[in-house]
Design a protein around this ligand. Sequence first.
Ligand SMILES: [Zn+2]
Length: 350
Amino acid sequence: MKQRAGYRHRRRSANLRYRAPRSDNRIRPEGWLAPSVRHRVDTTVSLVNRFRRYAPVTEVHLESVSFDSHSLSVGKQLGGAEYPNGTLAGTDARAHLLSARGRVCAYCGATGVPLNIDHIHPVSRGGSSRLSNLVLACAPCNQAKSSTPVSQFLADRPGLLAEILAQTRTPLCDAAVMNSTRLRLVKALGALGPSAHAWPGGRTHRNRTAMGLDKTHTIDALAVGDLDRENGGKIVRVPTHVLVVKATGRGSYARTTPDRFGFPRLHRARIKQHFGYVTGDLVHATVPTGKWAGVWRGRVSVRARGQHSITTSTGRINVSHRNLRLVQRGDGYAYDTRQESVSPPSEKSG
Ligand SMILES: [Zn+2]
């Protein structure tokens, strides 16, 4: 996203002096979501809609994961992860840090001394005032550290350094995205027709562990919500293979690929179709001889000379267009079947 913003920035600021002034279109409508976030809502809604075409969906049960953003960014909606340098910065942040870590200097462990708020990554070096970048430090430590990078300041105490750096990596942005899509998704699904229910993630976890099942995406999806276990409600069958759908988009309008300076690196063809195939089509390939001999199935990526490339579940292979058969036209998603695998336990998921 940053890279893309960079390209745009250059286009807006470079040699475009003849450009007409842009219109005043900067007001965002109520409930606006960033496109990258809205896509999560839209994709889910469109998939539910597709299921409804083939099966009578009467209810939608959704696990609505709520990240405890409050403990990450005190008293602030996550719209602004940056903690303002206003009146709140001194009081709320301090109160939170005290309650979370106690009245202890983060660097030397001193207790019973006045504590200052210290920026782990110093402000003078571009550190932010978001909560994950703040610790409480005694005045001597605070002064000794000053604008020294934390890695240098704690060079002789690698254990403590790792601990403090882990704190700065708290994924605030993930929590923000989850929280802003959660309600919107429930609302959008409810508007479709089938009644939508949102359930806390802890409930999924309870349902799954009560039945002694492993944690996989499918089992988690089946265990969402009010599984009436007392009256015999349980998961009796789990598929061994699952359909994996990945949003890929339908390509890009841009016909020029810029280099890292925003200058054109290569020009893509105006024509998107080569030998009857478009990038994104699902194809079946039968390769008689050579390195890639065999039968394959996957998403094609076209080349002008007809030596297309297919992304299969095991990797990319190159196939001539003569050995391809079209299964489905590209619709902005990649489809693949995969064996269900047990996912390692994670702390944030329910
Ligand atoms: Zn100290």
